[in-house]
Ligand binder design. Structure first.
Ligand SMILES: *[C@@H]1O[C@H](CO)[C@@H](O)[C@H](O)[C@H]1NC(C)=O
Ligand SMILES: *[C@@H]1O[C@H](CO)[C@@H](O)[C@H](O)[C@H]1NC(C)=O
Ligand SMILES: *[C@@H]1O[C@H](CO)[C@@H](O)[C@H](O)[C@H]1NC(C)=O
Ligand SMILES: *[C@@H]1O[C@H](CO)[C@@H](O)[C@H](O)[C@H]1NC(C)=O
Ligand SMILES: *[C@@H]1O[C@H](CO)[C@@H](O)[C@H](O)[C@H]1NC(C)=O
Ligand SMILES: *[C@@H]1O[C@H](CO)[C@@H](O)[C@H](O)[C@H]1NC(C)=O
Length: 401
């Protein structure tokens, strides 16, 4: 049964806590902007230009909210953990070694604000994650256009913010169509040459956190058909410069065939795979397609994630040439699910347990600005008057009976 075929009453019955799922041209009372497409309903908020809800009807006809987020837009800037729920990390996603980079021609070292891995000598941290402590996904974007099926957010990132050179103006457009969520991100430097790398940092659980038999996402089947190599990292997940093979049958092999994420947990190398003392995944795979390619082609899908329990399958197409997958190793039950996912504050709130979700991030080769030998400059360094930064990603959903 497709959501678009359901009368409003049936929709409300299946998800009794969802408020006012219809287009009004205004955010709802929780500050969420709802979008609608055949078989898909989602909400977005200005904070981080984040996705906050995404409903797909599962194989039993039940609407499942399959992304993590909070009940209302206000709480995103209150929550002390800030897990980057569904937002756009920027101006430079993922990690920057030593919070430092050099732009090839001027030789000047840029020092940006650190925010990860604090030490006694460096209490703020020794590297930068997702653009700094006030990165793009901590800021409220402006809504510049909003229709029933599409929304565009914009942010002006000032010169020097978080230590980055020059002003950058960005536009993030989300569009829903037939069981499809498209995102297009454009960023334009207006005053100085600067690195730009964005991503979409969505936390998925294709069972909508409703599978009590298998509450983690380890039973989800993951596939990365073009990704036989990973970016090697040190114990704090900073790229070493090496590119590692992911041999068939090894812990990071999701290319030779689709595989349950949990299957890797019985293989050698899973301990420490996501950094020192960490068991699981927080890895960046290269996406190697032969040039030239049309990223929208059916046969160029970069990743898929599927759950047999709900029957929901997500397939991802993108113009980006790397892919990060994080298996929610840092969750520990304390982060609540949403009311739309069945949280019951009266009888004890259910939280997201360790490995309870999967973050899928399309992006470029991580920390490429510190590895000029990789040749990622044209994809990561932009200047006024040159080509804009562009990221495109298509999420297509289907349901197996
Ligand atoms: C806002 O959302 C948070 C987290 O989802 C929830 O704990 C809080 O009760 C909500 N506040 C209101 C007023 O609904
Ligand atoms: C962002 O918007 C939320 C309301 O959705 C508001 O509570 C918060 O204070 C705003 N934050 C900033 C930095 O403007
Ligand atoms: C790390 O950055 C600091 C300044 O923030 C600089 O003094 C130091 O040389 C850098 N270290 C390396 C290894 O690049
Ligand atoms: C949606 O796509 C499916 C195939 O995935 C197709 O069968 C169906 O007709 C499409 N519906 C609309 C409204 O375009
Ligand atoms: C989870 O996957 C395992 C291994 O494939 C399977 O034995 C088990 O039945 C699955 N559990 C659920 C609830 O789907
Ligand atoms: C669980 O995670 C939260 C958020 O990261 C953290 O504040 C808390 O200390 C953790 N609790 C335990 C028992 O590790």
């Amino acid at each position: 049964m497709r959501l678009s075929l359901l009368p409003l009453g049936a929709f409300l019955l299946a998800t009794p806590t969802l408020s006012a799922p219809s287009f009004t041209g205004e955010p709802d009372s929780s500050g969420k902007y709802w979008l609608f497409g055949p078989g898909i309903t989602a909400s977005f908020i200005p904070y981080g230009a984040s996705i906050s809800n995404l409903f797909i009807t599962d194989k039993n006809g039940i609407d499942r909210d399959i992304v993590l987020g909070f009940d209302n837009a206000t709480y995103y800037s209150v929550d002390p953990v800030h897990p980057h729920f569904g937002g756009v990390p920027g101006r430079y996603a993922n990690r920057i070694k030593n919070s430092t980079f050099t732009l090839d021609d001027d030789g000047e070292d840029y020092h940006i604000r650190p925010n990860e891995n604090p030490t006694a000598a460096h209490p703020a941290g020794v590297n930068t994650l997702h653009g700094g402590p006030d990165g793009w996904d901590h800021r409220n974007f402006t809504v510049v256009s909003y229709t029933k099926s599409s929304i565009t957010f914009s942010l002006v990132d000032p010169d020097g913010k978080e230590g980055f050179p020059g002003e950058v103006i960005s536009y993030i457009t989300y569009t829903l169509s037939n069981r499809t969520w498209d995102a297009k991100m454009v960023a334009i430097p207006t005053t100085k040459k600067t690195p730009i790398m964005l991503s979409s940092h969505t936390y998925w659980n294709l069972d909508g956190f409703a599978n009590t038999e298998a509450p983690t996402a380890l039973n989800h089947t993951f596939y990365l058909p073009f990704s036989g190599q990973t970016v090697a990292v040190d114990s704090i997940l900073i790229p070493t410069g090496e590119i590692s093979p992911a041999p068939k049958g090894s812990v990071n092999d999701f290319w030779s065939a689709p595989r349950q994420i949990g299957e890797g947990f019985s293989l050698e190398g899973i301990e420490g795979n996501c950094g020192g003392g960490c068991t699981g995944y927080d890895n960046c795979w290269l996406v190697n397609r032969n040039y030239p390619y049309d990223w929208r082609s059916e046969d160029k899908m970069v990743a898929s994630l599927a759950s047999e329990w709900s029957g929901i399958k997500l397939e991802i197409w993108s113009d980006q040439e790397a892919f990060q997958m994080y298996s929610c190793n840092g969750m520990n039950g304390s982060m609540p699910i949403k009311a739309t996912q069945g949280r019951d504050d009266g009888t004890g709130s259910r939280g997201v347990e360790k490995y309870g979700c999967v973050v899928l991030e399309v992006q470029d080769w991580i920390d490429g600005i510190n590895h000029p030998e990789w040749g990622r400059g044209p994809k990561q360094i932009f200047e006024p008057g040159g080509d804009p930064y562009v990221l495109q990603v298509r999420h297509r959903f289907s349901v197996d009976a």
